[in-house]
Every structure is written in C-alpha cells, then in structure tokens.
Design a protein around this ligand. Structure first.
Ligand SMILES: C[S@@+](CC[C@H](N)C(=O)[O-])C[C@H]1O[C@@H](n2cnc3c(N)ncnc32)[C@H](O)[C@@H]1O
Length: 262
C-alpha cells in the first residue's frame, strides 16, 4: 500500500479556521503531535475538531495544574479556573493527609492535590462510570483511590470525620441555562456534569449538608460557584454550621465557597 503523507500544518489550520477555531495554528500543532505521524488518526482528529468536539477531547488530554490530565469523550473537560480551588485548598491545609475529590470527573482536582501533597490519602468519586474510568487513569497512577456512586455514598465509611480537604467541583449550571452554554459544553459534555437543578445549587446543598459528618475538626470544604450563586451557596454552608467565606479570583475568573468545620 503506498505511503500517504500527512497534510501540512497550514492545510490543517485552514480547515480548522474555516470551522470557526480561533487558535487554528496552535490547535493544528497539538493535533499533529497527538496523531504522531498516523494519517488516518490525523484525519479523524481534524474532522472531529471541525465538527465541534472540544480540542481536549480530540487530543485526549487537558492541561490542569501544570499536568496533563487524560480526558475522553463523555467526560467533563477540567477548566483552568478550577486551579484556583486547588490553590485555595493547598494554602489552607498544606499538611492535609486525607483528601476527597467529590464529583471528580476526570480527577483533575484530585490529581493536582495528590501531586502537591506527598502524604495525602486521596479518594476521588463520581456517579458517572465514564468519569470514574477516566479518573482511574489520572488518580490511581498517583496512588489515589477512585470510587463510583452518588456523592458520599461512594466513599469508604472509615473516612467519616477524618477528611482534611473535601474538594467538590459540583455541577452548578441552572437547568434552564444549559441551552445557553457554548456548543462545546452543551453538545459534548454530559448533562450530569453540568446540571445543578433549578437554581444550580441542588448538588452543592446536598454536599454542604453532609460535609460536616465527613470533615475532620478544622477540615475544609471547597466548592466552586458563580457570582450570582455565591450568596445562596454561602447560606447553604452556614446552615450546615460550617464557618463560611468566599474566595475570589477576578483574573480567571473564579469563585470558591470555603467552609471550615469548627
Ligand atoms: C462540573 S463536573 C466537575 C468535574 C471535575 N471535578 C472537574 O473539575 O473537572 C461535575 C461532576 O460531578 C459529577 N456528578 C454529578 N452528580 C453527581 C452525584 N450525585 N454524585 C457524584 N458525582 C456527581 C458528574 O458526573 C461530573 O463528573
């Protein structure tokens, strides 16, 4: 069979630009690297990207916390703004030994925390089997444990009252705003990863309600939120008798509700 040569970077970039990709040259470089000289794989990746699949799901990884996080179709792509939640957790508990990444998706948060906390006993959990599979590849390789199930039901009972950091980037898009999301999220990320119920706070409220039973005294719960949800999110924390405050990063932009078990 005759050897087929790869299309040039310029040809790929032109295809991507015509499909609406703003950073077409950079994306062409990433896709070329991911295809690793295989023309068939390259054609497929360019076609999937041109059809609107998020770049991270096309090349199979997302950058998060200075690491490559493996991602696959059907799993939420970790957002760079969520690095703020990781930074807040590390600043609060640099000596944390028991860490939970609830609603872990790909496990990006857990992987970043585990990498920074050499002694952490890390548990990541998600309800979605595709996310759990993905998290295994990112977290288990760092010595973390991955569980499947509905919120705290997934966790080993022995963690009750012992968690130093409980990080939970829960779904928080109000149900009727999902249709307004960019197509990459709306069409290519699972609804279970986005839909937070009528006001977007259903899962956050459930996590806040149960968190005190799982946190160690002085342990922290951290949940990402949005500007307009922040007041109600703070109320949910204080109703659970957590000492609550909001951390804000305007640059990324990101907001994290932080609760401490007294
Ligand atoms: C916004 S995504 C965040 C994923 C990951 N933490 C990150 O930052 O990339 C929310 C995740 O919550 C999971 N999820 C939704 N409802 C859940 C539930 N009841 N129990 C456990 N996980 C849930 C979804 O499957 C999804 O992976």
């Amino acid at each position: 069979m005759p050897h087929r040569s790869l299309p040039s970077r310029d040809t790929i970039a032109a295809t991507l630009r015509a499909a609406g990709c703003v950073f077409a040259e950079d994306e062409a470089d990433m896709i070329l690297a991911a295809a690793d000289g295989d023309p068939g794989a390259l054609d497929g990746m360019v076609a999937r990207r041109a059809a609107g699949l998020p770049l991270e799901l096309v090349v199979g990884w997302a950058e998060f916390g200075g690491r490559r996080i493996y991602v696959e179709p059907g799993v939420f792509v970790p957002r760079r703004r969520t690095e703020f939640l990781v930074e807040q957790a590390l600043a609060l508990a640099p000596d944390a030994s028991v860490v939970v990444d609830l609603c872990c998706g790909s496990g990006a948060v857990g992987a970043a925390l585990t990498a920074a906390l050499a002694v952490a006993d890390l548990h990541a959990a998600d309800i979605d089997p595709a996310a759990v599979r993905c998290a295994h590849r990112n977290v288990a390789s760092l010595g973390g444990h991955v569980h499947q199930g509905d919120l705290f039901d997934a966790l080993p009972a022995r963690l009750r009252g012992r968690v130093d950091i409980l990080a939970a980037n829960v779904p928080y898009v109000p149900s009727d705003e999902i249709a307004l999301l960019p197509a990459e999220a709306r069409d290519h990320e699972p609804r279970v990863a986005l839909d937070g119920g009528a006001d977007g706070l259903d899962i956050l409220r459930r996590v806040a309600a149960e968190a005190p039973a799982w946190l160690a005294p002085g342990g922290h719960l951290l949940i990402e939120t949005s500007p307009h949800q922040a007041p109600d999110a703070l109320s949910a924390f204080t109703e659970s008798r957590l000492e609550a405050r909001l951390a804000v990063c305007e640059e990324r932009p990101a907001r994290v509700v932080i609760g401490r078990r007294p």
